[in-house]
Design a binder for this molecule. Structure first.
Ligand SMILES: Nc1ncnc2c1ncn2[C@@H]1O[C@H](COP(=O)(O)OP(=O)(O)OP(=O)(O)O)[C@@H](O)[C@H]1O
Length: 244
């Protein structure tokens, strides 16, 4: 399942990224962040609040080009992105939001809509949707373009635990079926373990890579004991990084 030795899709080599605070002071947000992602790999990017995860995603997606270093992706690629807040066009129905993303109507789109439980909501408008449903539409839209790289920024934040778990399961089943190369940001270790076959951990700000851990067991076969071992291992690495 995890394509160890498969073709590299993404190479991240960010030497330095700074941001200017409101005070005008320049602050280092990321320093020497390097990792690569193979085709079909599902990677969770984990790190404490403010360590630069969203900043890094924006560099990878090409939305921010002001940094030292390089992000390498195939020249012709489609990136599907799910932001922390679902960005839907409010005056368009759910169906139109999906169509505008470039998704051709058909079997694939129907399957994505069905997996995410959106079939009964296609005529609704974003203002009529709960946050959970709006997130589902944003996820459907990102999948619908058949992305070479799917980037998700904490797509389950501020959802209740049961809904978050259901959405996580739906996402996993889509990723499994469509074999999408995926980079998902979270600060929830358990979420990272349940979704990813690779976990990259960033240190507290300025973010640098403190762990790059492959999970050999396919995610659907991971036992609670194996998950607990990985959790303990990651916690030890994070504690060491916090301690300096
Ligand atoms: N528009 C901005 N202008 C200046 N500094 C910013 C801006 N956005 C974020 N920062 C700073 O960059 C740093 C990294 O922010 P970023 O949002 O990338 O972190 P994060 O790891 O995604 O955090 P969280 O988990 O809370 O979403 C923070 O110190 C933040 O204050």
């Amino acid at each position: 399942m995890s394509p160890a030795g498969g073709r590299t899709l993404l190479e991240v080599a960010v030497a330095l990224k700074t941001r200017r605070a409101v005070s005008g002071e320049s602050r280092v947000v990321l320093r020497d962040v390097g990792f690569s992602l193979g085709e079909g790999e599902v990677c969770a990017l984990l790190g404490p609040s403010g360590c630069g995860k969203t900043t890094l995603l924006r560099l990878i997606a090409g939305l921010d080009k002001e940094f030292e270093g390089a992000v390498t992706l195939p020249a012709r690629r489609r990136i599907g992105m799910v932001f922390q807040e679902p960005r839907l066009l409010p005056w368009r129905s759910v169906a139109e939001n999906l169509r505008i993303a470039g998704a051709p109507p058909g079997k694939d789109l129907d399957a994505i809509v069905a997996t995410l439980g959106l079939a009964g909501h296609l005529d609704h408008f974003p203002g009529e949707l709960s946050l959970g449903l709006a997130r589902r539409v944003a996820i459907a839209r990102a999948f619908a373009i058949a992305p070479d790289l799917l980037i998700l920024d904490e797509p389950f934040a501020s959802l209740d635990a049961i809904l978050a778990r259901r959405l996580r399961t739906e996402l996993t089943s889509l990723v499994e079926r469509l074999r999408s190369t995926t980079l998902i940001v979270t600060h929830d270790v358990d979420e990272a373990i349940s979704l990813a076959d690779r976990i990259v951990v960033l240190s507290p700000a300025p973010g640098r890579v403190i762990a790059d851990r492959r999970i050999e067991t396919p995610r659907l076969a991971l036992t609670p004991e194996a998950a607990a071992d990985i959790r303990a291992e990651l916690a030890a690495m994070m504690a060491a990084a916090h301690g300096g």
